[in-house]
Design a protein around this ligand. Structure first.
Ligand code: CO
Length: 306
């Protein structure tokens, strides 16, 4: 083809290109909005019956509604004891199966189940099992059920949460000051290494951050030894948990002799306790929201063959 022919053809080629693009873009928009209308988000937490812990839940709810404006958003609590307590007070929150049934009834076809667990431990495994069993009991009910992973799994997650928590704890602190974070943890070291990885990322960000668990491998004994070795004088204690519920109010900041605050004071430290759940710390919910958006783990389908 000579140059003249090419120039004659150019407008036609450009027109073709524009048409193809318009068709492609329109197609994408149409399917995206159709997808959003029948999309649902099920937020799953252990639950709390402590009224003072509710602001964290409310903040999570508000942020998810902002992030998924067209989706139907529901909550599920996995603790039967807490669900019963709340029901007795006339405040009803269902479990996972009830939440999924409700979403199906409302015509939702694509569900995003988002774990509000902090680390992938026992509760998260139970959540995954419950969703899988529910799908098995009601085959074909949803087109897809995506599982959103807990808050802290990757290095990027830990860095984002560390930045948010440290910023919220406020400014530069003195050499003898420390921020002490209480994670939950559990027996048999479930997620124990995830905790150690998170601890390392937090400590790299700021050497005055110390962490231990209330029910896991690294306990208050290890923490006190470390604080004493570092000659810490002032500690700010706060929970590394979704809400500041029973553990934060009793095991961490309570008046009993064995609370972390009491034990720090017994060892000559001055203490302040921040009763704020992670859900209330600005920036933290963005990580859970990112996990909900990015999940490709559709529990209704076999894993892709590789
Ligand atoms: Co507990």
């Amino acid at each position: 083809m000579n140059r003249n022919n090419l120039f004659r053809l150019l407008p036609a080629l450009l027109l073709l290109l524009a048409l193809a693009c318009a068709a492609g873009c329109a197609g994408r928009h149409a399917s995206a909005s159709a997808g959003q209308q029948d999309e649902g988000v099920l937020l799953v937490a252990f639950g709390t019956s402590v009224p003072e812990a509710m602001p964290a839940m409310e903040a999570v709810d508000r942020d998810f509604r902002k992030a998924f404006p067209d989706a139907k958003i529901l909550w599920a609590y996995t603790s039967q004891i807490i669900r019963k307590k709340l029901a007795d007070q006339g405040k009803k929150t269902g479990g996972i199966s009830e939440g999924l049934a409700r979403l199906a009834k409302d015509g939702v076809k694509v569900v995003r189940v988002q774990s509000l667990h902090v680390m992938p431990g026992e509760e998260f495994s139970a959540l995954e099992r419950a969703v899988l069993l529910d799908i098995k009991a009601h085959p074909g009910r949803f087109d897809a059920v995506y599982l959103g992973r807990p808050l802290l799994e990757s290095r990027a997650d830990a860095e984002a949460v560390a930045s948010a928590v440290l910023k919220d704890a406020g400014g530069v602190r003195g050499k003898r000051d420390a921020v002490v974070l209480m994670a939950h943890g559990q027996e048999h070291g479930r997620a124990g290494l995830v905790f150690e990885g998170v601890r390392r990322v937090f400590t790299e960000k700021d050497g005055r951050v110390f962490m231990a668990t209330v029910e896991g491998e690294r306990g208050i004994g290890d923490l006190l030894a470390e604080l004493k070795a570092r000659k810490v004088q002032n500690v700010r204690l706060q929970p590394l948990m979704l809400v500041a519920g029973d553990h934060a109010r009793n095991d961490l900041g309570g008046d009993e002799d064995d609370s972390w605050a009491s034990q720090c004071r017994k060892n000559g430290m001055r203490t302040t306790v921040s009763l704020k759940g992670l859900g209330e710390v600005p920036g933290v919910n963005d990580v859970w929201i990112r996990h909900a958006r990015e999940s490709r783990d559709d529990l209704t389908k076999e894993p892709k063959k590789k």
